[in-house]
Design a protein around this ligand. Structure first.
Ligand code: CA
Length: 739
């Protein structure tokens, strides 16, 4: 399948020469034809070098990643990062050892690129033949020279600002795919595109969304392999039905679609897999809310079995008593589903959380490996999904081999290895009374990348204990009925009163994070780095005996792979979620990481202190570029308008704010530092509040109108509530200053 273009050797060189000649002739001829026809002027010379530079850097056709090249990456291209998880196996462990324990202290900034955004940056850059490809928020794609950062091209797919309202967790993109000369880009508003990897010009575009009346969004990176591009979507918090679609990579023609949960049974089922799944849902019209099961992150291609593994998300709504009141496992929620890569036909599944009740997605990254388990060589899949257990699964048939806890787990006591099912802890059931449970919806580990060190038999991953107060929604408790609200979160969990309930809790449990080196076979944590904050970045292990990670405090750090000892760190002054990658240009190893995190509500986080600064930062030994230090955020509360509403109206405003505004502007009106903190609104903004919230005057920035959910009176109640929160913060600031 590998056309061999762009590879070394005499044959490759002569093929390149011919290709170069053909290009020169084609360009010259094209220009001649333009002039002869008296048509539009030939392209400005400035546009030509962009294409030529990328081609030159690639030493052939830009972005020429093939299945064969990915398979041989360790041998032929150890200095590249060809696919989302480096190779199809997604182990995210680099064979490069130029930077090692003995010299890592000499790492400095080689170059950086400011992305000019405060939205969370979660993407994995790819490096192919000296060109780095990556996505920024709003799915803006870039190709830059991997040695210098010089921009070769950029492409803005024009995602409408109002799409942000339909994205549960921010304007996020986790990456793109480069394949056979194309860059495959998926957009927040649900489109999949192919761009020319050499020029960034669009080759094709398809709409992946089956129902535009529902809040489907794409935040995950498309994967390309075996001639296809695979893409899922998110939206289960709003009420959608999950599915994954495969498209022909060259043409964009749809190859297959796999739904992850059954639709309305009266309409018939798309496949046998859906008929089987429907048997495990009962008692409710789940298809009206959607069912959930979105595949918003991991989609892993397995060349050994020509299979694709889909990491399936949580139920929609979250609570099973409302979603499927008659009980049942609710397949294929919170499952890993193996399908045939060519046809999309179901092969096997393993469900991590039967009858998911906690937003416990199994969408987290999956790493494929060959591993001796109990003396038998197995082809395994490893995943640390949200639910706190680390799974080792035989990918030939889905057999569960191991399930050890990797974080603090209170919802279940263990996984029964006979049945493969978790044993739920009755003490944390929340159907009748609110419960603090671990993990929370943030998971014991989330989408942040992990790294498999085959030599040491260790998975390096960022884990966290972020407890959450689960409670049935007030409306349901009072009426026994829960109705989907189009355009709003439909988790069927109490969010409107959540802040009040937390503030009423004496000593609410605090979150924390840790970087761990975990043995998936024994369940032993070989070493562990305690971190003051939860919600840190992805992880990279290298053959240099190093483990790299960025954290919520803004540090990029390197740890000793044997001990976890801190060997190097660099302060970036912005919280980090994205995973580091490493690559080599002209034999020189680099480490790249994207910075910026939206949700870092703890005052100890860098984003809280400095705001969120979306950047791509590249390090190398002896790098001496300056990283500008942003100013501290100005947290001085401006003059506040008077409170004119009744206590009852402010209480209503509290409920409405925490229902509809919280997911972006922060619980209890405490913004995490990236999205504007409404307590810092000026009198002018207070004056424009109705126009913003109902009129949608800031829709292009991501703040669409809420006129479908709120009326003018409600908006005023929300504003009055925000004023009370600002007053309270001012008092807290004064008290702290007096200490
Ligand atoms: Ca979710």
């Amino acid at each position: 399948m590998d056309k061999g273009i762009g590879k070394g050797g005499a044959a490759g060189a002569s093929a390149l020469l011919v290709l170069a000649l053909v290009l020169v002739v084609a360009v010259a001829f094209g220009a001649y034809v333009y002039l002869a026809e008296g048509g539009p002027k030939p392209a400005e010379p400035a546009e030509v070098p962009a294409e030529t530079a990328a081609e030159t850097a690639a030493g052939g056709r830009a972005g020429w990643v093939t299945d064969g090249r990915v398979l041989r990456a360790d041998m032929d291209d150890p200095g590249m990062w060809l696919a989302h998880g480096r190779t199809h196996e997604e182990q995210r462990f680099s064979p490069l050892a130029g930077i090692h324990r003995g010299n890592v202290a000499g790492l400095g900034v080689a170059w950086l690129k400011d992305l000019g955004t405060y939205h969370p940056v979660e993407a994995t850059p790819l490096v192919v033949d000296g060109v780095m490809y990556f996505t920024a928020p709003w799915n803006v794609a870039y190709a830059v020279d991997a040695a210098t950062g010089a921009e070769l091209w950029s492409f803005d797919p024009g995602v409408p600002g109002e799409t942000a309202r339909a994205a549960c967790c921010g304007v996020i993109s986790r990456g793109l795919a480069v394949y056979e000369g194309r860059v495959h880009l998926a957009t927040l508003d649900g489109r999949l595109l192919a761009l020319d990897a050499g020029t960034g010009s669009k080759l094709w575009e398809v709409d992946t969304v089956i129902d535009r009346s529902r809040e489907y969004t794409i935040t995950g990176a498309p994967r390309a392999a075996a001639g296809k591009v695979f893409i899922g979507n998110g939206g289960a918090e709003y009420g959608v039905r999950g599915y994954v679609t495969a498209y022909d990579a060259a043409t964009g023609e749809q190859a297959w679609r796999f739904f992850t949960v059954p639709g309305d049974p009266s309409l018939g089922f798309e496949s046998e897999a859906m008929a089987v799944a429907a048997e495990t849902w009962s008692g409710g019209a789940w298809w009206e809310i959607g069912g959930g099961g979105t595949v918003w992150n991991a989609i892993v291609y397995d060349p050994d079995f020509d299979a694709v593994y889909l990491g399936v998300g949580n139920g929609s709504p979250w609570t099973r008593a409302i979603r499927s009141p008659g009980g049942g496992d609710n397949l294929y929620l919170a499952s890993i589903v193996a399908v045939d890569a060519a046809t999309g036909e179901y092969r096997w599944h393993y469900q991590t959380v039967p009858g998911d009740n906690w937003d416990y997605t199994a969408v987290q990254d999956m790493a494929l490996a060959d591993l001796a388990v109990d003396g038998v060589e197995r082809k395994v899949l490893m995943q640390a999904p949200k639910n706190g257990f680390f799974y080792v699964i035989d990918r030939s048939d889905g057999t569960l081999l191991r399930a050890h806890p990797y974080a603090t787990v209170t919802w279940a006591t263990r996984v029964d290895m006979e049945t493969g099912r978790p044993v739920e802890n009755p003490d944390t059931a929340y159907a009748d009374a609110p419960q603090w449970i671990l993990p929370g919806p943030g998971g014991g580990h989330n989408w942040q990348a992990m790294s498999w060190d085959a030599g040491r038999g260790l998975m390096y991953l960022g884990a966290h204990d972020l407890p959450f107060l689960y409670a049935m929604p007030e409306e349901y408790r009072e009426t026994g009925v829960y109705k989907r609200r189009p355009g709003a979160w439909n988790t069927a969990l109490e969010f409107g009163r959540l802040n009040q309930m937390i503030e009423a809790t004496e000593n609410p449990p605090e979150g924390k994070g840790y970087l761990i080196a975990f043995d998936p076979l024994t369940g032993e944590t070989r070493w562990r780095v305690e971190q003051p904050l939860g919600w840190n970045g992805g992880v990279l292990g290298t053959a240099g005996g190093l483990v790299f990670q960025g954290d919520a405090q803004g540090q990029v750090a390197a740890y000793d792979a044997d001990t976890g000892e801190l060997l190097w760190r660099h302060q970036t002054h912005t919280s980090i979620l994205a995973p580091p990658i490493t690559y080599a240009v002209d034999g020189e190893q680099h480490v790249a990481i994207m910075t910026g995190a939206g949700k870092a509500a703890n005052p100890a986080s860098a984003t809280w202190k400095y705001g969120s600064h979306g950047r791509l930062i590249v390090f190398k030994l002896g790098g001496d570029a300056m990283l500008p230090v942003p100013p501290l955020r100005d947290l001085t509360i401006p003059e506040l308008p008077p409170i004119t509403a009744s206590a009852e109206d402010i209480d209503r405003g509290d409920l409405l704010y925490n229902d509809h505004c919280r997911s972006c502007h922060g619980l209890g009106a405490k913004s995490p530092g990236a999205i504007p903190d409404l307590r810092l609104m000026t009198l002018d903004t207070h004056g424009a509040f109705q126009a913003i919230v109902l009129g949608g005057t800031k829709r292009d920035a991501g703040m669409a109108s809420f006129a479908d959910l709120l009326d003018a009176q409600d908006v005023e109640r929300i504003r009055q509530y925000v004023i009370t929160r600002a007053q309270r913060w001012r008092e807290e600031q004064a008290a702290a200053a007096a200490l």
